[in-house]
Design a protein around this ligand. Sequence first.
Ligand code: ADP
Ligand code: MG
Length: 703
Amino acid sequence: MSKVKSSETVKVVIRCRPLNRKEEAAAAGVTRTPGGEGGIVEMDVRLGQVVLRNPRAPPGEPRKTFTFDSVYDPSSKQRDLYDETVRPLIDSVLDGFNGTIFAYGQTGTGKTYTMQGAWLEPEKRGVIPNAFEHVFTQISRSAADRQYLVRASYLEIYREEIRDLLDPNVHAHPPRTLELRESPESGVYVRDLTACVCKSIKEIEEVMNVGNQARSVGATDMNKHSSRSHTLFLITVECSLPGPDGRQHIRVGRLNLVDLAGSERQAKTGVHGERLKEAAKINLSLSALGNVISALADRRSGHVPYRDSKLTRLLQDSLGGNAKTVMVATLGPAPQHYEETLTTLRYANRAKNIQNQPRVNEDPKDALLREFQREIARLRAQLNHRKGRGKHRKAEGEEGWDGEGDEEGEEEVEKERTLQEERLEEEKEAIREDGSLLVEEKQRLLGEKERMMGDLRKERDATEQLTAKYKAMESKLLVGGKNIMDHTNEQQKTLEIRRQEIAEQSRREREMQQQVMVQDEETLELRETFSSLQQEVEAKTKKLKKLYAKLQCVKAEIQDINDEHVRSRQELEQTQNQLTRELRFNRFSQMKKRPASAVGYKRPISQYARVALAMGAHSRYRAENIMFLELDMTPPTTVSLDHWPSEAGPHCSPSPTDNGPYRQRAARVRMSRSWCQIPRAITSSTSTVSLATHSTATPTAAQ
Ligand code: ADP
Ligand code: MG
């Protein structure tokens, strides 16, 4: 059963990072724009607008303006983005919706900073650590009749292969890669992905740390710690709560926290070899993501190419499916990245039009929480049965004990067991001291008592094991209203609520301002009444000018898109050429020796030539394959001129030109034994014989 919610669009926010030192130095000579601090990006936070200035545009060219759900300028704090944009999404996940947050942008613009931030500085903690805190705090504050199970998984897509970052053998050779599967219940999922049950913030942070250590990162010219893979941290929150029908229902919310590897230009990042191959895959999957966004935004196109890359397959539900999605597009303000910034803004602008259909995932068949509850109930029943038996032994005929794992009951049973053991010990002692019994009878009775003691111990061990298992299972379930962590005091709680209210208010204000802006333009035209012809001409001229400016903008836009297309094509061609060159070079370096022909000759030789050689008929073929031409793989001979006079006297020093011994060693191109001598062993027996025959025959002929 699932409750259908009306569709909603992907929420798109923009974040611009400050200029870094390198860019600041480069921008020092450039004219500073008001508010832009040497950058090309200006932001109107109140209106949610980004204005982009083309550093190479002639003066007077209109700037490009984009409007988004919200924008975060370089002075924005991590907490601002979280409270305003991410918090409502996490709340939805706790209510059973699927949620996705992904950071998109050029490499080095702050995707990882936004998603993870600096863990040790509370002010700089990113979306992921804040989400951990939020999830567990909300669980601890929820109603006491709710039970939760939280699981975490961590994966990366590296060179189009999915790797489980929590798998200890993730870097084995060959690395274990995972497959994608699809089910009507849970959509696209990764088969055999490790999921760790987490009971606290500390535990989930530990999971993240373990995964981060296995993550693929490398240095490029644009980012010292560039992510070379797309990573996805998945948190699944299952919640069991009583429904209006009085029965327990389970809701499952999945939260995807995605940190994409950045799009990059080979020329700017200066990558080669392995890094270049990584970059080629990254760019391919990002262009597949771009195509998916374009196809979804353009509602006329029927086919959405989700299957073009693993990344788009994994994000299938988040883009146009059952999820609430937030896209954080990150920008750099430096003028040298104008084209990339514009591309990011265009994609982000398109993504605003994607419609998702989020719904509450209720009572799915594969809910792990239900399995846990069943297992816990089974273990509890077993324990009750055992404890009941203990009680029964103590006082036969009394009513069976049915305490539900309470400490008192356990203590009572334990006490009873100790008493039984003591009683058995006493009986054994009495038997030993009883002189009236025969030796065999004594031993039989003692053996019987020993067996009873053994049974008692075995039962105690089994009960202990069962209790430990039961407690371990039960501890994994989080119950609402309990102190999972140090309880936040009331003051802090109130503060959080206030912050939330402010964030909500500013969001509504921005939405209204955007609406007013759009409506203003429309209604102005409708309300226009003219008292004179002159007035009408003036108004219409004004309108014409406005429309002309719009036309110029659209024309410039078309030109830009064409240029961008040409640029990305050139970039792809360049990457392809580079990769082909590297492939050729690799093949060449593998070819260390001159290849021999199939029968063992240095050069291929025709059948006709071989027969002619065997017959000795024609002198034309006698010199076939007499040369061994091997590639000289030794380093070139170098002799230090400085050492000669100092090492030995001027008389015994060799002449600088006399490097005979060196030459000898280095010379690899040599004559083989003359064609008239016996050649090296060759596989063809006929030719060996024939050449051997010639070796004796020819000198005679020459005489
Ligand atoms: P990406 O993941 O997009 O390749 P990073 O997140 O690694 O880029 O950021 C690159 C550098 O920029 C890092 O040193 C990071 O600390 C810095 N940075 C990014 N965004 C911000 C920001 N909003 N404020 C301060 N520094 C930032
Ligand atoms: Mg990164």
